[in-house]
Design a binder for this molecule. Structure first.
Ligand code: NAI
Length: 338
């Protein structure tokens, strides 16, 4: 049997009692794929997040070591590890936020869609367990291709009768993080002061930065728009090639995942005005799923904002994005239904 990694202590009990009494003592979060390239730094950063009271780390390999290591950090969250499929349900029970970076990453020359055959099955299995064990949790899907894995999870939840479109969110935060960084470089501004909406999906031309809506208001030459759009759309490939076979973005992704998860938790806590981009079931376009700005609240993505005015360049980009996105969504739906 795998080792028992449960680590209960008086602090957990008092924290849980405090929650039960309505105290603000944090949320229960699970990371599935926690021993991977993204999973490990993500687990570390979530252990540092004061909004997390319980952190469950699940993987099919190596969770005992990662859990032991992370659990020595002197922060509030209580860490428990779960190893292998037979502990998946236990890992999920009672969770309020589930973050999924499980699955294989790209190697040079691969598209995100090349990962479909392996990752589609992983996300399907995990989604079935979520529907059984924590149907009300907010789910953050990182596993690629996000444009297909989110529709797969949605189909599984629909079949189980648990689908809540406000709670199933594909993580496109890294595209926004990259856009803010690259725009900051061009403008000579601190990236923390920049807000670039990135809509559409999370692969190649489906990643659509709306450079006409950058805050603070600014303007770019046509050459800068081409450069920025291309770099934001291919930022993932830039990292895959630099890592030369050793994987894809993991550290910036873990940072982006925590930024997004923290926004979800602040929304759950009831904070006002929490707005981020996410890929979710949407009526912003004629497609059943689309990424755009959403307002995160106590029940998930409570409001989806329209795309706003697009210029001619962005309208052309949108048409291209929708074409590829429609096929990726359909591929996920067909897989889940077969
Ligand atoms: P990795 O291979 O380093 O880690 C993946 C982890 O998932 C491994 O520890 C593996 O054991 C685990 N795993 C495999 N099957 C599992 C299962 N059935 N249940 C639970 N865990 C399982 O890969 P990395 O670099 O962490 O990437 C993970 C995923 O995130 C990939 O699909 C990658 O394409 C995607 N990704 C998404 C981004 C986004 O912006 N949404 C950005 C970067 C990567």
């Amino acid at each position: 049997d795998p080792p028992n990694l449960q680590m209960e202590d008086a602090a957990t009990v008092s924290r849980l009692n405090c929650r039960a009494k309505g105290g603000a003592a944090g949320f229960k979060v699970a990371i599935l794929g926690a021993a991977g390239g993204i999973g490990q730094p993500l687990a570390m950063l979530m252990k540092m997040n004061p909004l997390v009271s319980v952190l469950h780390l699940y993987d099919v390999v190596n969770t005992p070591g990662v859990t032991s290591d992370i659990s020595h950090m002197d922060t509030g969250a209580v860490v428990r590890g779960f190893l292998g499929q037979q502990q998946l349900e236990e890992a999920l029970t009672g969770m309020e936020l589930v973050i999924i970076p499980a699955g294989v990453p790209r190697k040079p020359g691969m598209t995100r869609d090349d990962l479909f055959n392996i990752n589609a099955g992983i996300v399907k299995t995990i989604s079935e367990a979520i529907a059984r064990c924590c149907p009300y949790a907010i789910v953050n899907v990182i596993s690629n291709p996000v444009n297909s894995t989110v529709p797969i999870a949605a189909e599984v939840f629909k079949k189980a009768g648990t689908f809540d479109p406000k709670k199933l969110l594909g993580v496109t935060m890294l595209d926004v993080v990259r856009a803010n960084t690259f725009v900051g470089e061009i403008l000579g501004l601190d990236p923390r002061d920049i807000d670039v909406p990135v809509v559409g999906g999370h692969a190649g031309v489906t990643i659509l930065p709306l450079l006409s809506q950058v805050k603070p208001p600014c303007s770019f030459t046509p050459k800068e728009v081409d450069y920025l759009t291309d770099r934001i759309q291919n930022g993932g490939t830039e990292v895959v090639e630099a890592k030369a076979g050793a994987g894809s973005a993991t550290l910036s992704m873990a940072y982006a995942a925590v930024k997004f998860a923290d926004a979800c938790l602040r929304g759950l806590r009831g904070d006002a005005g929490v707005v981020e981009c996410a890929f979710l079931a949407s009526q912003v376009t004629e497609l059943p799923f689309f990424a755009s700005k959403v307002r995160l609240g106590r029940t998930g993505a409570e409001e989806i904002y329209p795309l706003g005015p697009l210029n001619e360049y962005e309208r052309a980009g949108l048409e291209k994005a929708k074409k590829e996105l429609a096929a990726s969504i359909q591929k996920g739906v067909s897989f889940a239904r077969k």
